[in-house]
Write a protein that binds this ligand. Sequence first.
Ligand code: HEM
Ligand code: HEM
Length: 186
Amino acid sequence: MRDTKEKLSNLTIALHWIVGITVITMAIIGVYMSENEAFELYPIHKSIGVLIFAVIVVRVYWRFLNGWLQPVSAYKAIEHNLAQIIHWALIIAIVVMPISGFIMSGAGGHGVSVFGLEIIAAQFDPVAKEAIPHNKALAYFMHEVHEIAGWTMIVAIILHLAGALKHQFIDKDNTLRRMLGKKLSK
Ligand code: HEM
Ligand code: HEM
């Protein structure tokens, strides 16, 4: 069993915060742009989503290579299980979100580019002024996946944040300190 007093590796910490902060930003942009039809934001959302996927692959590989973190101290079983379920939901969501987004846009004929570099070409009907889907059913299904997984992930992030705040201000333990790269003294 890993020594819980040990400092977390810099890679564990960097991957958690790079992916965490990017995913929160992506969720805010995603909800805002689809609610307000802010089409100028779509290329930015897609570009960041494709790029962060490369980091997500490393993050998830690293997590399974190293196993889950040991809790900082002994908590009630229910609390530990809830945290584990939320961590699983977050890990699954960060894989599902970029993949479903990529397939949705690609299959829908909208195309995918990374800051101007075309990865999947758009198919546009100039008369009807709309995208021509390559595979309408797949695009529709992936749109549903992106939306449902997106909202599930948002709920999981809120619960995760609430857990981190509980550890910090109610339990007053070292959980957040450790994730900020501090060596634990007790
Ligand atoms: C500002 C927001 C966030 C804070 C304050 C925060 C805080 C923490 C803390 C303190 C831990 C350590 C838990 C432990 O030691 O048991 C942790 C672990 C974890 N966090 Fe976050 N987190 C945030 C955002 C996110 C986001 C957005 C995601 C994913 C989308 C995420 C995914 C995870 C996962 C999967 C773990 C389990 C350990 C690991 O795989 O590295 N976190 N987080
Ligand atoms: C970490 C990666 C990603 C996250 C967290 C994310 C998150 C979200 C969220 C929360 C929404 C709003 C869902 C809704 O309420 O309908 C959204 C919408 C959208 N996302 Fe993503 N996304 C990611 C990656 C991608 C990628 C890689 C693409 C395409 C290449 C993409 C394309 C889109 C599009 C086109 C919409 C708007 C859908 C509509 O207009 O209904 N996303 N995204």
